[in-house]
Structure formats: C-alpha cells, structure tokens
Design a protein around this ligand. Sequence first.
Ligand code: PLP
Length: 385
Amino acid sequence: MLSRRVNYFTESVIRDMTRLALKHEAINLAQGFPDFPAPQELKRAAASAIMDDYNQYSITWGAKDLREEISRKSSKYNHIEADPDSEVTVTCGSTEAMMAAMLALINDGDEVVVFEPFYENYGPDAAVSGAVPRFVPLNDDNSIDEEALAAAFNKKTRALILNTPNNPSGKVFSKEELRLIADLCVDYDVIAVTDEIYEYILYDNKKHISIGSFDEMTDRTITISGFSKTYSVTGWRIGYALAEKKLTSALRKVHDFLTVGAPAPLQHACVTALRFPDSYYKELVKMYDGKRKLLYNALTKAGFGCTMPEGAYYILADIPQGAGMDDMDFARHMVSEAGVAAVPGSSFYRSETGKRKLRFTFSKRDETLIEAARRLERAHTAWRN
Ligand code: PLP
C-alpha cells in the first residue's frame, strides 16, 4: 500500500529523542536548536513585516530584496558570485534546498558520495530522490581517506554531498581537502551539493571555505545555507540555494511544486538579518565558543571521550568505557536515569562505528548546559561502578 521509498528510512531518531526527553523531563541536548531567544531586532522585523502586509505568496523562488541581500552576502563572505534573478533560490529551510537539489539532479540509480559521519537527513534525501549513497568514512582524526574517496567515484556518480562545518563531527574542511574533492568532481563530471548551514560558527580562527568559490566548481556546485543556525530562528524555515542558471532553473521547478515558496513575512525579516554588522557574527562565535568549552569539560568529566569541534555546535562523544551498552541503549538510559538526552551515534553512520558514540548539542543557555553537566557528573558515578 505504501511507496517503496518510505521503507528505506525510519522516522528521525533526533526528533524521537526530543519526544523521549519531553516525556522524562530531561534536558534536551539531542536536537540542535537554541533554547534562548532569537535577536530582538529580527523578531521586530518579522512582526513589522506581518503588520506591513507581507502576508501573501512571495515570488516562488524568493522575495527580490532577500535574493539581492543573499547575493551580496555570498559575494562578500563565500566569494561566490550569484545573480539574484537567476542563481539564487529561497527555500523552506536548507532542508528543502537539499531535497530539491537532489530531486533536480538525480535519476534512479545514480550514485551520490557522502562522507561518514553524515547529517542524518542525507540518507532519506538520497532514498527519496532515487540515489544510491556511497558512504566514505573519514579517518579517526576526521581527515579524508584519499584512496577511499577516489574509489567511491565512478561512471554512475552524479553528486557529492558535502557539509562544512560538519554536523555531527565539527570538522571544517580545509582548502586542500576541498581541492581534492573538486578535482574528483571535475574528473568524473560530478555536482557538489554543499550544506554550509554552520558557515559562521567556527572556532580557533578556522576559516570557512566554500567549494563553490573555486573557478572549476562555479558551474558544478549547489551551495546551500540558511538562517536557522546563524540567527537562531530554526522555526522560521528560511534557507537558500545558490547555483548556476541551468541548475537553478531545475531546482526552482522542484521547489515550486514542493512548497510554492518560503514564508513571505519571514523572508522580509531575513533581509534585516543579512544587514547585521560584523560584530554580530563575532559575538555569535564568542557565545558558542564558551558553550563548546562548557560541554566539552562536562563530557570529559563524566567519562566520555571527545575532541573539541572546529565548527558547528555539536560534540560527537565516545560512550564512557565500561558502560557496557550500545548507543541506543545508552541514549535511552541517559534520558531516564541521568535526565539528559543525546542522539545515538548510529544516526550518523552506516558502519558500526556509530554504536560507540552519542552526539550532544551545545546550542543551549549556559544554565541548561551547567545543569546537564551536574546531572552527567552525578550519573557518571553509576557508570563507573
Ligand atoms: N543541515 C545540517 C547539517 C543541519 O545540522 C541542519 C539542522 O540541524 C539542517 C541542515 C537543517 O537546516 P534548516 O533549518 O535550514 O532546514
């Protein structure tokens, strides 16, 4: 009765953990959304947009003033020149941009290269679009296994999905690594679909580089980003895709029939976001850097093995030695016994590696993280014994 494609994936484990957290009144470090308010100026801009009657459909591919601001931002920050009229599409979050990109590119059986660990949406994105995912595990230190990457490309490869800064690993891809990926994309005539939603959340002076800024990638990259993370408005559902005209035109066709368009008043408010001064982004990083250190120390104290992320707002941690449980059991145990929710690592891996891991987000108020730290430390005594 149901389509074959829905059998390829289960409901999101992340949102499932959120429901479990609510049930047990646990602190939710599972789903990556801020529990603190969005910027005041942005909320005012959204309220004004509604009162000023931006309440009907916008142009399907996005309000003109927003596309112009996105184009300006992308030129300045990403070094990508995208014509606002023909190369920028505003979508319902970067989630829709990724799905629309895949539906626009993929024919049944085409292969898509995906690094592991991966953001959990990419598996279902591949399944819905009919793609066969080819997972390429990163090395333990998050570096690229060059041989494995090259071996994943073949005549059937249509696209490669990249996510930098990365959820869940916190990896920020370097210029050299992106060059390697770009060379393979050129050699095999492959499109890079790059999810750069955490592009402003970078630590220790790491720099964000967009593969779409490389000359040879201009016509073979779909660059995706959005407002959810940078401006703490995950519920607004505004994202966008930049791509050369032909790719954009295909993506826009899918987008139009999927959603018609992103919420008009919120698109209008996002223009205000893109005009924030540079100091906004500096403050954002400073805030998340403090939270990163807080969670890192809490997890280390509670017996988890972890490394500091280079970007984004997650820590992918090894379950404490001696816990004697896999990721699913340990995640459930943590919710009910410690009162802290995290995501089982297997959501981000096709291989067994994920079973040893949990992902925590630190996109929460300091009070929330401090209380989580207290709970984890208390529970740690039980894991040790
Ligand atoms: N891409 C990555 C890597 C994410 O981590 C998330 C949210 O957690 C998204 C996309 C979703 O972004 P949006 O809210 O723009 O749909």
